[in-house]
Write a protein that binds this ligand. Sequence first.
Ligand SMILES: C[S@@+](CC[C@H](N)C(=O)[O-])C[C@H]1O[C@@H](n2cnc3c(N)ncnc32)[C@H](O)[C@@H]1O
Length: 273
Amino acid sequence: MSTSSPFDTKDYWEKRFASSTDLSTVGYAGLGKPFNQWMYRLRRRVFLRTVTPLAADVDLNTVLDVGSGSGFYIDRWHELRAGDIRACDITDVAVHRLRSKYPQHEVTVLDVSSESDDLPAWQVDAISAFDITFHIVSDTRLRQAFVNMFSLLRPGGLLIFTDNFVQSTATHASHHVSRTKTTLEGAVHAAGFEIVSRKPAFFFMNQPVDTDSALHRRSWEIMTSTLRRWPTTGYLFGPLLFPIDLTLVKLLSEGPSTEIMVCRKPADKRAKI
Ligand SMILES: C[S@@+](CC[C@H](N)C(=O)[O-])C[C@H]1O[C@@H](n2cnc3c(N)ncnc32)[C@H](O)[C@@H]1O
């Protein structure tokens, strides 16, 4: 298990966002805008399907979106009529654009994996952290991120996040780690959270990092090399796969790609550090 990394997360994202923070820059780089828009349509449905029933039991007076990027999940919290919506991102560039786009919301520069002395003194009802933990490449910093998010939640509050939760072997790239379910669940529990649920968020529409099927992996390679060459084919692949993924992720309990987890901070606990 790696414990540190020379990878400079902030620098990586500042450069990636230099020209824009639209969905194709924030989402799966290289696959083009049409396919990314369909990926985000699926993300929206999965988010609403997961969080709407929870919102019946938990007050959403104050929520925080961590690693906000384009602000896609700020809009989702709006859809759920959350009260005070706050956001943060590690980059100055995303925060600057988010402050212009959402002048009514508090948006702050924050590395959620940094020492907890840097944290704002917030106690929010729910935190969304989508497609960010697999970009925290150091395991030590990942564990710190969960401890920090635990501290930022009020007792009984919810953390909703996505990661890959692979069943067998973790894979590491310079800016991305697909960690095992065991490692991620260990980090979540070590911070003090209870796990409420975990469900697939994608089936065919995102990289199949957690499948033994050579056919599935090959199909993904063929589709993504087509999308890289002709991004407008996203107008074909997107609407074709969207209803299939939407159905499969509802029916299945384990998926081949990114999954969505809901955790709760126990009503009677404080942060472990
Ligand atoms: C793949 S993008 C996802 C953006 C958004 N959550 C979404 O799902 O559309 C990852 C985001 O996390 C931010 N990020 C990466 N590491 C971070 C960290 N340690 N603390 C806060 N934000 C971070 C990046 O700047 C980027 O906006």
